[in-house]
Write a protein that binds this ligand. Sequence first.
Ligand code: GAL
Length: 684
Amino acid sequence: MQPKFSPLTPKFPHLLHGGDYNPEQWLDHPEILDQDIALFQKAHINCVSLGIFSWANLEPQQDYFTFDWLDRIIDQLYQNGIYTILATPSGARPQWLAQKYPEVLRVNADGTKNLFGARHNHCYTSPAYRERVRIIDTRLAERYANHPAVILWHISNEFGGECHCELCQVAFRTWVQKKYGTLDALNRAWWAHFWSHTYTDWSQIHSPSPLGETSIHGLVLDWRRFVTQQTIDFMRTEIDAVKAVNSDIPVTTNMMTHYTYELNYYKFRDALDVISWDNYPEWHKPNSQIWAAESCSMTHDMMRSIQKKPFLMMECTPNTTNWHPVSKLKKPGMHKLSVLNAIAHGADSGQYFQLRQSRGSCEKFHSAVISHIGTEHTRTFREVAQVGAELERLSDLIYNSRTPVQVAIIHDVENKWALDQCRGPRNAGIDYFGAVQNNYRYFWENGINIDLVDSEYDLDGYRLVIVPMLYLFRAGIQEKLRQFVAQGGTLVTTCFTGVVDENDLCFLGEATEEKLSDVMGFWVEEIDGLFDGEENHMTWQNQRYRLYELCEIVHPTTCEVLATYESDFYQDMPALTRNRFGKGVAYHLCATAESRFFLDFYDMLTRQLGLERAMQTTVPYGVSLTWRETAQGQKLIFAQNFSAETKHLPLDQAYTDLLNDTTEHGICTLAPYTCKIVTPQQYS
Ligand code: GAL
């Protein structure tokens, strides 16, 4: 029997169904609030996120607080069975604050200072900003942290971006000085003698800028690390303020797919009680519907992996998103499918941006549960209400269930930063996210749960670890991977792995432990960048595969060669290798390969390792299977059809359809854009 995680909050240990609600936009329409609450109930909304951008309404002038409107709303919602996720308002500041304390406004990398406007337009270092945020957060906590309705703190909103003001420069210099201790160590780590960029005084350190320094890769990497650290530091001051009043209310901050490579989200894991994120795929884009489903599933898996426990989908759109190039409507069924997809991958919620549509400003055409029409008589409302009813019905079974995993991909944000600036074999583009997704695809398509962790995570419990293009080896990763293989694990690495250390300095020598040559059984001599459209090939197990982008030229020491290059001057040299090391085995793909190779290759490994699958079946293209497991060991399988065609899934045994209470056996029919949640019949 698997241990059950303690619930996020004992106040409401259920799947959450709700979203961002901005009643401060409607304070002069009191009738709207009453209507909204009645509609929320019809839509089975059990929580709302309040106060996210409400600072100007909470503190219209410095130190003059107006909480009465929020009091009324929280109370009224609670009396109607709806809980509150309360935000700190630091994501956007009031005009008066920026006017009185100009230091709070951001400075760009080129030194220009922003005017007031937009949101997230503030300096995280500014003492004035931190102090005003601390004051408003404390006041909010004093007023609401002991309110029975408040179940979670939503700290700020989608932290992101960076500031290059003088306060940030000083903070960066202090951070760098603490890290390196001496200028000599710094100059060595950053290879600063190159082009005579040697630092002779700490005051010479400046953030990377298009008008200044970008050629020192160690500086750029450290700046990105600093930005993440400074963001977390700012967030922690907010967390401290609210926890000081009542430490029992858990905290989260909503992350954003598009910032996955801006901030290193893995570093947030210890600061938060639960991970949450905002999910906005481009559904129904021609020829990429399945790709969108796969990539957002991969991000769900990443979010679950950060704390290796259930997470929240804090936002998704009930219908159309108004900032994509084309604001496509979700086709019937797609909304429910997208919420169940999040839950399939470990989310304990389906939450929306937004509950009521804005009347003006730049989000007025973003969809909402309650549209400008203002009634329940819309397709969007009906679909949302249906989702709510079903989550309510399945909550006891699904809430807090775990995701058993035997496979991990190492997906490392610092590696992405280093690859982006490497000026190496292909400046025309090296697609790191694509490399990760190519390795992810087989597992997503074949009902095998998978984690995405970064280089700092331990690898206990995994049977297969995949390391796509891990160009940057952070200290300690070599020993972790070595031990993993030595003790019987299966490791797969792909080209351009183990090239630089954590300071972005190239490893020296031929076959060295630093490069993991002992585990891999070869050494790399050169790497060829291929032009767009140029290709090589390899044949493995009688199948010929296209290779493109990058081709490494490697020399075996102890490895076997499983496939060789078909052409060019490195014809007949290794393209795919296998090395037995200790009790385990390490495979290496020397080039970027077409997706089909990964599907065949991981099929072989899955059979060989006997990896657990959602069910023993052949999954039709466009369908994805994922499963969660209850504390009693009951398997909850989510069969999701993301395609526009009906799909037929052969079943390996009889299942109970948990949404309809029917038996499924033989062939399970999945209509377009639908999901069935089934459990093996012995449990029902
Ligand atoms: C999110 C953001 C929300 C809203 C939404 C619109 O990224 O957190 O406040 O702007 O996008 O899709």
